[in-house]
Design a protein around this ligand. Structure first.
Ligand SMILES: [Zn+2]
Length: 457
């Protein structure tokens, strides 16, 4: 095992490989004195009561009637349609008059509602505290934050489901922590959205988020390979170990010469990361900043790009880069909700025009919020993103496709993302019709996760 390899070191010292993380985590809490505060707040009973554990799996038959159903991968609006859910899966989508309701089925009347597939947020950080824009985390919030982390972010998991977000993709969280959360969600121990995770972010010692957010170079949140060989070794370990990551996230960012210059990943290292990831069937998505950064990640062959950066394309797309994006079907996740809070309304409108050009050229666009960047809350951030996508030339339906079936394709799964037989019954009912007015997606009344009722209001 390599001395400098954080995963190897952790495994080596963990003893029993089954559940090393929790012990490691409790040690970390003791170190910051958080455990004392937790005990003071009510101890283990409270810990368990607020863990937000999962309910019983849905069994038998459930029939949803009365709603306008956005059916299939294209989200075709269908009136007079019933959805039959059996044991957590969508069994049938049929005309209400034709559907034979199985004996003993529970029937839920969703008249006045629109039923959509559960929303998918392709860019989140589960371990971020939820802050307003400009708000800093002070000592008063610290114990609450530590407590939340210790319980695998119940407030984030709850907020996602409350907003009808039933699947999220973590693009940069503490590796061991987020993998433990993914396992607990998969095993039905915790309630929350389905979790796909990149684990740590690939960057450089002089790169984001090390010089921007002060993330420690040797933390479990980042990997900083210096050579192509090291890059391949680290990607292989992440993709094939006990906790294989779902994808790889890289940061290619030169920063802003006027404010903060940063070191991007050397192109040969970047190429090695992408090649090795693809050899293990993992996609790579890239944070980028300048046009040069974008050109480099596309040359390396990434599958997705995060953010639509004013620094890079505000003045217009270089023809060759736009053509490459479209030709290769690179998934563009513009995170407009983040930039909306950061640049002037005029500039943001031009950025949305740039996105409209990607859409008009036949490019692939997906919804992602980057929550919980301050000002972009879990769940609510994705609603805003979908509204902004709709307002960038996509219109409501394509914006919703970007947050459902197209996002599922980017995740490489056909188990979610559409109301169709054979898919998981991750479903959201909203009041009114979001195809008429996209803001209706905020009015969530009912959410099912694998057919299990998780929100009703
Ligand atoms: Zn992010």
């Amino acid at each position: 095992m390599d001395e400098d390899h954080p995963i190897a070191t952790e495994r080596g010292s963990a003893g029993k490989p089954a559940r090393p993380t929790r012990r490691r985590f409790l040690r970390g809490l003791l170190a910051v004195g958080g455990l004392g505060l937790i005990s003071a707040a009510g101890g283990i009973t409270h810990y368990l009561a607020t863990l937000y554990g999962a309910g019983e799996p849905q069994r038998g038959h459930l029939v949803l009637t009365g709603a306008r159903v956005l059916a299939g991968e294209g989200l075709e609006p269908r009136g007079g349609t019933a959805v039959l859910v059996s044991d957590g899966m969508i069994a049938e989508v049929a005309d209400e008059d034709d559907l034979v309701i199985p004996e003993g089925a529970e029937v839920v009347d969703l008249s006045g509602h629109t039923l959509l597939p559960g929303l998918i947020d392709l860019h989140v950080h589960m371990g971020f505290p939820q802050l307003e824009r400009g708000e800093e985390m002070g000592p008063a919030q610290m114990p609450g934050y530590v407590y939340d982390i210790a319980r695998y972010a119940p407030s984030a998991r709850r907020a996602f489901l409350d907003h009808g977000v039933t699947t999220v993709r973590s693009l940069g969280d503490e590796y061991a922590w987020v993998m433990e959360m993914r396992r607990m969600l998969q095993e039905g121990e915790l309630e929350g959205p389905r979790l796909f995770a990149a684990g740590p972010t690939f960057t450089t010692p002089g790169g984001h988020p090390i010089v921007t957010f002060g993330v420690e170079k040797d933390s479990d949140t980042v990997r900083i390979p210096a050579t192509p060989e090291e890059a391949r070794r680290i990607v292989r370990a992440l993709a094939t170990g006990d906790d294989p990551v779902d994808l790889i996230k890289v940061v290619q960012e030169r920063g802003d010469p006027a404010r903060l210059q940063m070191d991007p990943i050397p192109t040969e290292v970047l190429a090695a990361i992408v090649t090795e990831a693809h050899e293990h069937g993992r996609t790579v998505t890239a944070h980028w900043g300048t046009q040069e950064d974008l050109a480099e990640v596309l040359a390396a062959g990434v599958d997705g790009v995060e953010h639509l950066e004013a620094r890079g394309v505000l003045e217009g797309w270089p023809d060759d880069l736009l053509a490459l994006l479209v030709e290769r079907g690179v998934a563009v996740a513009p995170t407009l909700a983040v930039t909306e809070a950061a640049i002037s309304p005029e500039k943001h409108e031009r950025l949305r025009e740039r996105l409209g050009e990607v859409h008009a050229a036949g490019g692939r666009i997906v919804a992602s919020s980057d929550a919980a960047i301050p000002g972009v809350p879990f769940g609510g951030g994705l609603h805003r993103e979908v509204e902004l996508l709709a307002d960038s030339g996509l219109g409501p339906r394509a914006a919703l496709v970007a947050a459902t079936s197209e996002a599922a394709k980017v995740l490489g799964t056909d188990e979610i993302g559409a109301i169709a037989p054979g898919r998981a019954a991750d479903l959201v009912a909203v009041r009114g019709d979001p195809l008429e007015n996209i803001e209706r997606i905020r009015d969530v009344s009912t959410v099912f996760r694998d057919g299990r009722l998780v929100v009703e209001r």
